[in-house]
Write a protein that binds this ligand. Structure first.
Ligand SMILES: Nc1ncnc2c1ncn2[C@@H]1O[C@H](COP(=O)(O)OP(=O)(O)OP(=O)(O)O)[C@@H](O)[C@H]1O
Ligand SMILES: [Mg+2]
Length: 204
């Protein structure tokens, strides 16, 4: 079987992770999305519903006879409460890790030589130890701010609180093996990603 290289894709809020993930997929490189994995775990029938529901009964929701976790309620419970947030992360992070590991194994089995794990809190959770290469997407603070504040339901205060809960962009850039800028448009970003993929393949 071919050697497999796992790329950990990260970056602070609004820096372009999901956009870069789509560009990787367009290059034929499979991507696992940690945020989407959390959504699936908490949806009806998801593997995280029982454990999260037991720890946070107020977030349980039953609709049409199916039980799931109401992520909005859950978010309100843990937002700004470090102890509750840790309790939730202790349940979810191992499950998200397991889903990522299973995805890597399945893609390896299918013959892929490269796979991307899109993990917003890669460095915050020590996830860099589980990947071969780290890649951080970045943009200047004013660009990041304008992008995030343009989103529905986002306020300056909420943005500030989210930023405060993340490792600073400069620290992520310092730690990452590769840094990709996303403020010069899609083509410029794609060129950087294509170069990085070529370099990784040449080295492995
Ligand atoms: N290379 C790029 N060129 C142009 N626009 C971009 C680029 N990368 C990202 N953007 C824009 O920036 C916004 C945020 O991008 P994206 O949703 O990919 O960020 P994210 O890091 O996934 O955010 P979150 O942390 O909230 O998941 C989007 O509106 C997207 O269109
Ligand atoms: Mg995203």
């Amino acid at each position: 079987m071919r050697k497999m290289t796992v790329i950990g894709l990260t970056g602070s809020i609004g820096m372009g992770k999901t956009t870069a993930a789509a560009a990787f997929r367009a290059l034929g490189i499979p991507v696992h999305d940690a945020d989407a994995a959390v959504h699936a775990l908490l949806a009806a029938g998801g593997a995280g519903v029982d454990a999260v529901g037991a720890a946070f009964p107020a977030a349980l929701m039953t609709e049409g006879g199916k039980t799931s976790i109401d992520r909005k309620t859950l978010g309100q419970i843990v937002f700004g409460d470090a102890a509750e947030k840790k309790k939730l992360e202790d349940i979810l992070h191992p499950m998200v890790r397991a889903a990522g590991d299973a995805f890597v194994a399945a893609m390896h089995e299918q013959g892929h030589d490269l796979v991307v794990l899109d993990i917003p809190l890669l460095f915050e959770t020590g996830g860099e130890k589980r990947v071969d290469v780290t890649l951080c997407v970045t943009a200047p603070p004013d660009v990041q701010r304008a992008r995030v504040l343009a989103r529905d339901g986002m306020t300056a205060e909420r943005f500030a609180r989210i930023l405060a809960g993340q490792m600073p962009d400069a620290e992520k850039r310092r730690r990452a093996d590769y840094v990709v800028t996303t403020d010069k448009g899609h083509d410029a970003m794609r060129r950087q990603l294509t170069d990085i993929v070529a370099k990784i393949r040449a080295e492995s």
